[in-house]
Design a binder for this molecule. Structure first.
Ligand code: KG4
Ligand code: ZN
Length: 337
């Protein structure tokens, strides 16, 4: 039988996730989050590594059980090699390589940001983007516009000069006293807010680059100034503040995406990464696409934030790539272009 079964393991940040894919169909996708970080308002790397150690065996066992297969049925194990937190990556990559070696099957290193994009190719009954397409990849650590020419060829045509879009969400949320991770909280609160109530200055940046650090400072100065006048300013205006900052971040993303589409002449436009779970970004993309005649591709929610399924689909492509890396001495790397 020519079906390919791959186990995908993701451990780059604070989610331990394992998925089983049969060709492009997900049979199981299990994620254990880490609540310990809530106490600190951000991910504490040392605690993340320890939690991965605790979660990795049960998460993988559960994924295999839910997929109703045994480890011996697997053709390969794909793992996140980077970029991410080194201690976290080491847990998933060491586990994946050891398990692959024990089973006598290949261990396939996967690039986390490429995997976010390849999530579009998971069979989820949604249209799949044709090549070449543009992908706005927005996560907690990255903000990139990518020209994707085939499953292995990714050209970064624009990226952030400082903070990532997810960081802009998370840092704004922290300033407002919302729990970590702040992105989903801002999304939720913004639903009942007025996006035009407050305006924040958007920086002028060359080319297709993004910059979010100025916005963060602008937002902090504004909130602190207003709080000096009214101690309850945040509480009284929470929904409007969330809607307004979210609107500004999403506008900055969409403006660049419009320029990238015009420059490249590509009208197939996709989003991926944790921030692509944002409901306002999703509706704005559709609105802008209507205006410019784009076709859009938006992953299902469960494949936006970090997940094993995207690692498994990237592994599925890589498994069929004759030039793939099969070395067991390939090691995790925090930075990876
Ligand atoms: O892709 P991801 O899960 O992990 C990284 O690779 O970084 O992205 C996490 C980021 C966090 O900054 C989180 O706040 C943001 O994605 N995020 C959101 C939403 N859901 C997750 N940001 C805005 N709105 C959301 N609904
Ligand atoms: Zn991610």
């Amino acid at each position: 039988n020519s079906d390919i079964l791959i186990l995908g393991i993701e451990s780059s940040c604070d989610d331990t996730s394992a998925a089983v894919i049969k060709n492009d169909k997900i049979l199981a996708n299990i994620t254990a989050g880490q609540d310990v970080h809530k106490l600190y308002g951000g991910v504490v790397p040392e605690l993340a590594s320890r939690a991965h150690q605790k979660h990795i065996v049960p998460v993988v066992s559960q994924a295999l059980a839910q997929a109703n297969i045994s480890a011996g049925d697997l053709d390969a194990i794909a793992y996140t090699r980077g970029p991410g937190l080194l201690g976290s990556l080491l847990v998933g990559s060491s586990f994946a390589k050891s398990m692959a070696q024990a089973l006598g099957i290949p261990a396939i290193p996967v690039h986390h940001m490429k995997a976010h994009v390849l999530a579009h190719f998971i069979d989820s009954h949604l249209p799949v983007p044709p090549f070449p397409f543009l992908n706005l990849t927005v996560s907690g650590g990255h903000t990139q516009i990518i020209k994707v020419s085939d499953p292995f060829t990714f050209d970064v045509i624009g990226q952030t000069l400082d903070d990532a879009a997810g960081e802009a969400f998370d840092k704004s949320a922290k300033l407002l006293g919302l729990p970590y991770p702040g992105g989903p909280e801002i999304d939720r609160q913004a639903k009942s807010g007025d996006k035009n109530r407050f305006t924040f200055t958007k920086p002028k940046v060359e080319g297709l680059s993004f910059s979010f650090s100025g916005l963060k400072t602008n937002f902090r100065n504004f909130v602190e100034k207003e709080t000096r006048r009214n101690a309850d300013f945040k509480r009284d205006n929470m929904a409007d503040l969330c809607a307004s900052i979210q609107h500004t971040i999403v506008e900055m993303l969409m403006e660049r995406l419009v320029e990238a589409a015009a420059l490249t002449g590509i009208k197939h436009v996709a989003i991926a990464g944790g921030v692509s779970a944002n409901s306002y970004l999703r509706t704005q993309l559709v609105a802008v696409a209507d205006k410019y005649g784009w076709q859009t591709y938006i992953p299902p929610f469960e494949y936006c934030t970090d997940n094993g399924a995207m690692i498994a689909i990237a592994g599925y492509f890589e498994f069929q790539n004759k030039e793939r890396d099969t070395s067991l001495s390939t090691s995790a790397t925090a930075r990876w272009e």
